[in-house]
Design a protein around this ligand. Sequence first.
Ligand SMILES: *Cc1c(COP(=O)(O)O)cnc(C)c1O
Length: 420
Amino acid sequence: MKPESLMMTLGYDAHEHQGAAKCPIYQTSTFVFNNCEEGKAFFELAYGLREKEEGEEMGMIYSRLDHPNMNILEKRLAAWDEAEAGAFFSSGMAAISTSILTFVKPGDVLLFSSPVYGGTDHFIHHVLPQFNIGVVGFVKGENEDVIIDRVEKAYPGKKPSMVYVETPGNPTNSLIDIEMASRVAKYFSTNDKKCVLAVDNTFLGPVFQHPMEFGADLVVYSATKYIGGHSDVIAGACTGSAELIAQIKGMRTFFGSQLDPNSSWLLQRSLETVKIRMEAQAKSAKIVADYLKDHPLVEKMHYLGFLEEGSELQDIFNRQCLSTGSMIAFDIVGGEKEAFMFLNNLKLFKLAVSLGSTESLAEHPATMTHVDVSPEDRLKLGISPSLVRLSIGLENPQDLIDQIANAFEVVKKANSSAVC
Ligand SMILES: *Cc1c(COP(=O)(O)O)cnc(C)c1O
């Protein structure tokens, strides 16, 4: 069956839960054992002290380790990614930091693509070095020879233990070739130690991009965005092979970065509609992007529907993306002043960071989500003062366009009065 059919059933048997059609919220911190022997058996399995016996079922112990709402949710997200297993976290950053620190140890090197989400960028540049972890970056368009050479020059004799990729990258929709990143990870893998390829799939996943098909070992998410989809919960996730996810869950238990029952329940509800939401949002975004493209106050579009025909980026898009998604960034004619005036006068869109929700959101990356990226990097990555980022929601696209047109009018009037 297709994942959308599984979202209402997978992992849940109503008859084990008083016949409740929807999984109740298990608002409990701890679970009662039938007897000491059962408690002992569960702990042995939880700590990996022995293998499961034939037909033996693991039970619940304590909600930091596992609980029914999170457990069902993990199976359902894994179905979208065709992964063996999934893990949920209290935020996207919890998913990212826990996954990275599971495989990247003090003295190791992390190779990563830029731009990445501002929080991830800060974690890589300012937190990982505190743990004596070296970091090397690369950008779209760089090939494996260039990237491998850079790592070998920066850290002679060292092999990165993880390649971390975000594609499409926040905020400019820049694309990284996942198959190319996978070849780099393979190059740095040895028989003793695998170099793990992790892909942040927040912008197009779980519906429009399946990184594991292209060689990713782990797929990470801010579930706050499209998976949650209603701007009402902070959560994160990771999917992958049973073996890797088990290691990550082991770390999650001791970081305490699991997702709570209530948020897990909200996300179960959200996963039932993720496909139709993402499809409707992408359709509207196309209409809005078409309008923006021809507007005289738009200097440059950063939208997956407008990649240059025959370019390498278009080729990557054709291979790994199933939709142009609903994130649009564009440079307004002018700079920060014009961008602010546009955003301050945008109605219907909410002036807020985050993305992927039912309501459309707008923000200014250079002074908000990506303010902590170094000015040189911002320049190099196209995060200019004139850049505006829009996340298109479920409103009528013509209503959104009308609001955009009004905001542009205000900017236009201010420009012409400045000239007079
Ligand atoms: C928002 C976001 C994150 C961080 O997720 P939180 O849920 O806010 O912790 C990571 N990656 C991307 C691409 C994001 O957009």
